[in-house]
Design a protein around this ligand. Structure first.
Ligand SMILES: Cc1ncc(COP(=O)(O)O)c(C=O)c1O
Length: 410
């Protein structure tokens, strides 16, 4: 007989998730996910797939036909783009300014790329000139960037890189998992060839679906490696000339065939996640992308001012931080993990820790998606101040709250 706890229904505690993601999902997204399933080729389902493509074109600000979902977390979207685009032996350039740049290198190596990096200290970003110099030197086929590296909270400016890539004949990819929806991302105007993201940050959903958009140039690079599986291929199907993509599940050629008019069978689309992704996009588009980004900027600013009002130091180059995540230097004498434990246990508020060179040095506080709200900012500041005071860190009572309020009312 199993233990009773094994048989009790899941009933997670109510938390306010103010870390670097995941954050609390918008209740409308949770409701969409609880909708009953429909068959994979039901016209209702294929209709939803087409709507998802149209909605995410708005979110990514693109006219790219191939704008779709990769089933899996954000890492699935990254891996799908990289394994589909990188041919063994291709040179790639990765500007690394945090943990997620290292992730791109690691995935690219598994795709058997020749990986070249330039590195910026954690807390800083690159100038376009630094990246162009490296492109001149390395002559890569692809530039792989992270727009917002959650590990450091920094936002790499991308707007000039597309033009540089075009001049040097380089394909341009960015991982916008942490930044999309909270910061400007202009796929077409910035000349991006591929962007991937996830739902669990500014998009206000759970992790488990990765929206991806691909330019014509990227689609033709992938098309050159096209294969259609035995068992479903017909005489009408033509293979590409180049080496087959080294993954079946993440073969974007086959995923496009599934999302396209032929509806060639590949995986069984994760229906409940598609409902979630559609609702995330619907909510964002209804609010308007500019308004959504402005909301993230406002609440991010209020959190920043509140934290400074508390006498705490902010991590990194503030002029290049994402709107939606803030690095806070853990003051000397304060036990960072003890603060997080008390916030969680006594206030049910989660803030983030960090990793690599920043482990134990900064907390990361998110104001994103459904939680980019005044009440979440004020609650978090109040609780954090109380916990810090309890640990003997003196603050000017109420100054943090007043600084945040001033941001809203100033
Ligand atoms: C910038 C960035 N890229 C990739 C990932 C990986 O995302 P996932 O955990 O959804 O696979 C994350 C997760 O935090 C991230 O912040």
């Amino acid at each position: 007989m199993p233990e009773t706890s094994l048989l009790s229904q899941i009933n997670p505690p109510h938390r306010l998730l103010m870390g670097p993601g995941p954050i609390n999902a918008d209740p409308r997204v949770l409701r969409a996910m609880s909708s009953q399933l429909v068959g994979q080729y039901d016209p209702a389902m294929t209709g939803y797939m087409n709507e998802v493509m149209a909605l995410y074109r708005e979110v990514f600000r693109t006219r790219n036909r191939w704008t779709l979902l990769v089933d899996g977390t954000s890492r699935a979207g990254i891996e799908a783009v990289l394994v589909s685009a990188i041919r063994p032996g291709d040179k790639v350039l990765v500007p690394v300014f945090g943990r997620f740049g290292h992730l791109l290198c690691e995935i690219a190596r598994r795709c058997r790329a020749e990986v070249h990096t330039i590195e910026a200290p954690w807390g800083e970003v690159f100038t376009p000139d630094q990246i162009e110099d490296a492109i001149r030197r390395v002559k890569p086929r692809l530039l792989l960037t992270v727009q917002g590296d959650t590990s450091t909270t920094m936002l790499q400016p991308l707007e000039h890189l597309g033009e540089i890539c075009r001049r040097h004949g380089v394909l341009f990819y960015t991982d916008a998992t942490a930044s999309l929806g909270g910061n400007v991302l202009d796929t077409d105007r910035w000349g991006l060839d591929a962007v991937s993201a996830g739902l669990q940050k500014c998009l206000g959903g759970p992790s488990g679906s990765s929206p991806v958009t691909l330019s014509e140039a990227m689609v033709s690079a992938i098309g050159a490696r096209r294969r259609v599986e035995e068992g479903i291929r017909t005489d009408a199907h033509q293979d590409g000339d180049e080496e087959m993509i080294g993954s079946n599940y993440f073969d974007l050629g086959m995923i496009m065939d599934y999302w396209g008019p032929e509806r060639l069978n590949h995986h069984t689309e994760a229906t409940s996640m598609l409902f979630a992704a559609r609702e995330c996009a619907r909510i964002m588009v209804e609010e308007g992308m500019d308004a959504l980004i402005a909301r993230h900027a406002l609440h991010g600013r209020a959190m920043l001012n509140g934290i400074r009002g508390m006498g705490l130091e902010v991590f990194g180059d503030v002029n290049h931080k994402m709107n939606n995540v803030l690095g806070v230097v853990i003051p000397a004498g304060v036990h960072g993990e003890e603060v997080r434990r008390r916030l969680l246990e006594d206030f049910h508020i989660e803030i983030g820790t960090s990793f690599g060179p920043l482990a134990g040095k900064i907390w990361r506080i998110g104001t994103m998606g459904y939680n980019a709200r005044k009440d979440c900012v004020l609650q978090t500041l109040t609780a954090l101040e109380a916990v810090l005071n309890r640990q003997g860190f003196a603050t000017v009572q109420g100054a943090a709250m007043q600084a945040a309020w001033d941001t809203y009312e100033g």
